[in-house]
Design a protein around this ligand. Structure first.
Ligand code: ZN
Length: 359
């Protein structure tokens, strides 16, 4: 639909508006110089090969999604820490001196790429000159058919939408990539990592099939997904939803009256029963849409909170990639009048681990 396509990736515009922050970048650059001076040799150069080979790889990941992949595939071969926790917007996240310190001592830096971590780009580029890095989404994209890679609109045409984790079958391609990098850094771990990658890929493919089956139950007239920002283009393309994010919502920029009005028109036109807030973004504009729809004599509920650019709390089911997708699919499907499919056998172990729906 026209609205959905014209709004796709509008958050990329909000990212651009936050780019004029040279003073902050200078501070980060300075902190990086200080950090470099304090640790003149990188982590992977410090340890002797024999000693290093027996230690887990010290990984620092930017987002929880990247951390999940490296944790699962790395197993005991990787010690993963995450920079951006639940509720953190990666587009606007800026590195503190402490972050630069942690990154500069990593043996492997995992990040999403495609400019998701816009404010962190310069730091990642500089550290990447001496520390191995993995831009997971960019590596995944190498294995994805061009037709499935989604681009930004207008001035961002030609830039790839970074939210690849929205489609579980696409994200599953990252398992091989993660295993390859782990095997390069710890040859002794290569075989076990490849095996974990195969297992996890099978689970993610099962998750994808479950999401497809669940989404298929939503009536065609209700397949519009209205959210705070456009993290769901891959999700929508994979599972059959038109997506519409409200432009300009972030911690730094607000949606305009026109953005809200346009979304109100869309909700009234489509008659979609529910709209959704996101964990990394204030619910105020979604609430404003709901209020305006009611003023016009329509009605729409807030269907729940989705994990757009960050996962849930560590130690909860939603703190895993599988649980994040399970939550998002379940929330969207139920609110839009569908029914969630039976949980796949391939993921019975995951469900058991989190003690969900036990008799
Ligand atoms: Zn985003």
């Amino acid at each position: 639909m026209e609205h959905a396509s014209s709004r796709a990736h509008s958050h990329i515009a909000s990212r651009a508006r936050s780019r004029g922050c040279s003073a902050r970048q200078a501070i980060v650059a300075l902190a990086l110089l200080v950090a470099s001076a304090a640790w003149p040799t990188s982590a992977h150069a410090q340890a002797e090969p024999a000693e290093a080979a027996s230690q887990p790889i010290a990984v620092v990941a930017t987002t929880q999604m990247v951390a999940d992949m490296l944790t699962v595939v790395g197993g005991p071969c990787a010690q993963v820490t995450t920079l951006m926790g639940p509720g953190i917007d990666p587009h606007l996240y800026r590195a503190s001196a402490g972050d630069v310190d942690r990154l500069s001592r990593a043996e492997l830096i995992g990040y999403n790429g495609f400019d998701l971590e816009g404010q962190l780009g310069a730091v990642l580029a500089r550290l990447g000159q001496r520390i191995p890095t993995l831009a997971l989404a960019e590596r995944i994209a190498e294995g994805v058919q061009a037709a499935r890679l989604l681009e930004g609109e207008d001035e961002y045409e030609g830039e790839t939408d970074p939210h690849l984790w929205g489609a579980a079958d696409v994200w599953a391609l990252g398992t091989d990539v993660a295993a390859e990098v782990i095997g390069q850094l710890r040859p002794a771990c290569a075989e076990a990592a490849a095996e974990r990658a195969r297992d996890y890929a099978a689970q993610l493919d099962a998750l994808h099939d479950w999401a497809l089956a669940s989404a298929a139950s939503v009536p065609p007239t209700k397949r519009t997904l209205v959210t705070s920002h456009d993290a769901f283009a891959y999700f929508g393309a994979a599972y059959g939803f038109d997506v519409a994010g409200i432009e300009g919502i972030s911690t730094e920029s607000e949606a305009s009256i026109a953005d809200i009005r346009e979304t109100v028109e869309l909700v009234l036109e489509t008659g979609v029963p529910a709209i959704f807030v996101e964990t990394t973004i204030s619910p105020r504009t979604i609430e404003a849409v709901q209020a305006a729809v009611r003023d016009r004599g329509g009605d729409v509920t807030i269907g729940g909170e989705l994990f757009g650019d960050a996962m849930g709390d560590a130690g909860t089911p939603e703190g895993t990639y599988v649980g994040m997708i399970r939550h998002n699919v379940g929330t969207v499907v139920r609110a839009l009048g569908g029914e969630v499919a039976a949980w796949p056998d391939a993921l019975a172990g995951w469900k058991e681990r989190w003690e969900l729906d036990r008799p």
